[in-house]
Design a protein around this ligand. Structure first.
Ligand code: ADP
Length: 380
């Protein structure tokens, strides 16, 4: 039996999962290193976090390796799968991370300056910790690569499109997982027109027809579309020109758009939907109103892209757990066939619709998509 490790590196966290390699991999252990920096903490699922001292991604991967030794029982990790946010124009499927591929992915850092360097740091750390394992990259952009031109381009001078200034779309591993669940459990719907709402700390929506992405709310960067925990979502580019004219630097604008905006920026209370739903502060209510309003607007846009709707899927921490948000998103959307079964919704059942279009709540599992890709590469 061989084992597969998946790594999902964020700016200050590194989620991991260990699987027994099979066409449908079986999870053995999972967990995360949080707070990568001066006082990092490692936790295995079901256990308490423990401090591992100062850690960069290399130290974090070594700590993960040590923490998993018991579960490995002497077996080799034969493949490591990495979530990589940007695959650019070139990568539409999982790929072996050779030096040549890594050089291509490094060249994409300017397109995803806050995510891509961490993803690649995890690859380097995994190469050092597991020198005999194959390293496989899985891309958040890949699910969207077949987009039609109108959903791939901005109306800028053509040379920018050729340079790669395009609407890539992200959260592709989550959409891929959900598309797989639909194919398995809702085959008729999988052949139809579905809007998937991935509502987590990051958030986007994807219009899917016959299992393929036709449009996404995220574009060139992970900032566009819906407001998120701390990211702004859709913004008039004129606002950026105004801020630059006011003397804000690139670094200040970047920090504000990625880390101080969205639910946090509007509420000035929290980026955590649970806290906002409990708060009695009117700013929390306004932040939630804005969040719901933008999702509803995009629902209309996605339905237009698809020429109608056969179903909607909610996923991500908010989509899976926040029944009041789901209720508010679909309220009055009978014209799209969306009507909620209030009891099923309150219970977060899988199927919560009572209208012509299905409304489903499905827990996403991006790690599993990566583990499957690694297992397939090992079996090939
Ligand atoms: P990430 O994108 O970091 O993986 P998640 O998908 O876990 O994040 O989503 C995190 C979000 O889910 C947070 O805003 C959190 O408040 C929200 N969330 C989790 N559980 C609930 C709940 N029971 N009710 C409302 N929001 C929830």
């Amino acid at each position: 039996m061989s084992a597969v490790l998946t790594l999902n590196a964020g700016s200050s966290s590194l989620k991991f999962a260990l699987y027994r390699a099979a066409s449908e991999p079986e999870v053995l252990r999972s967990g995360q290193v949080e707070n990568i920096g001066p006082v990092a903490r490692l936790s295995l699922r079901g256990g308490a976090p423990r401090e591992i001292g100062p850690a960069d991604h290399v130290v974090a991967v070594r700590a993960i390796f040590t923490a998993l030794e018991g579960a490995l029982k002497g077996q080799q990790v034969e493949g490591v799968g990495h979530r990589i946010v940007h695959g650019g124009k070139a990568f539409g499927a999982p790929v072996e991370l050779t030096e040549e591929v890594l050089a291509q992915l490094e060249a994409l850092i300017p397109l995803a300056p806050l995510h891509q360097p961490n993803n690649l740091a995890a690859v380097r750390a995994a190469q050092a910790a597991f020198p005999d394992a194959r390293q496989i990259g899985c891309f958040d952009t890949a699910f969207h690569r077949g987009h039609p031109f109108v959903n791939d381009a901005f109306a800028l001078p053509r040379r920018f499109y050729d340079q790669g200034v395009r609407r890539y779309g992200f959260h592709g591993l989550s959409y891929d997982y959900i598309a797989g669940v639909l194919k398995r459990d809702w085959p008729e719907l999988a052949q139809g027109r579905v809007v998937i709402c991935h509502l987590g700390n990051g958030a986007s929506m994807c219009a899917v027809a016959q299992g393929r992405s036709r449009g996404s709310t995220m574009g060139f960067s992970a900032l566009d579309g819906l407001p998120m925990g701390t990211r702004c979502g859709q913004l008039d580019p004129g606002v950026l020109l105004y801020l630059m004219a006011q003397g804000m630097t690139h670094a200040q604008i970047e920090h504000m758009l990625y880390s101080e905006s969205g639910l946090m920026g509007l509420s000035q209370i929290s980026n955590d939907m649970r806290m906002l739903l409990q708060s009695e502060d009117p700013r929390a209510a306004e932040a939630i109103d804005y969040y719901v309003f933008r999702i509803r607007r995009e629902m209309g846009a996605m339905a237009a892209v698809l020429n109608g709707l056969d179903g909607v899927v909610f996923t991500g921490g908010i989509g899976e757990n926040a029944a009041p948000i789901r209720a508010r998103v679909v309220e009055g959307m009978d014209f799209l066939g969306l009507r909620l079964d209030a009891d099923a919704n309150a219970a977060s059942a899988v199927s919560v619709g009572a209208g012509a279009a299905k409304i489903l709540v499905i827990k996403t599992d991006e790690e599993r998509v990566i583990a499957r890709a690694v297992a397939a590469a090992l079996a090939a």
